[in-house]
Unconditional design. Sequence first.
Length: 201
Amino acid sequence: MHKSRIVLSDKIRRKVAPLLADRLADAIDLSLQLKQAHWNVKGPHFIALHELFDSVHAVVVAKVDMLAERLTTLGGTAEGTLQAVGKRSSLPGYPVKMTRGEDHLEAVAAVLAVFGGLTRLAIDICDEAGDKVTADLFNEITGEMDQQLWFVEAHLHQRPQQRRRGEHARRLPELALGAPEAAHAEHGHLEPRGERCAQGV
């Protein structure tokens, strides 16, 4: 720990600084996972999800800076290298081969929930240690993560309805038949294509 004239005891700073360092690593890891989703998502909702993941990433990156600066304010060292993050992060790994939008939504929602849970625990730890300022920082971050999780999960809530529409579409006859013929075909009233041709249809 570096020396500081900040009005917090060394005991408090030495307890809070490692917690900040751990959550900093988590936040950097989360930001990289969000970029993984942003770069690789594919499917019919590509643009919406591509932009969603980038907007969540921007929020997380802002929190990365806040965590790092609070850590150094207390006399700690902010370790932002890939090697340091890999050793410290508590987040689950992100599946790098995914492309489907729904799969990315599920993975991003899961990792946001984990990170939000970790920052929520940090609120009470810092408060009990006597560092209310850092507790307030974690409170702000947790509220923001709750909101970002809501944004992501809102897309997942649409899946059952979309699935029902998809199943209905698959039951319809070929579009080439035309609307009236399709309606008859669905109820078993359409003649074979050869007979219609013979009748001049």
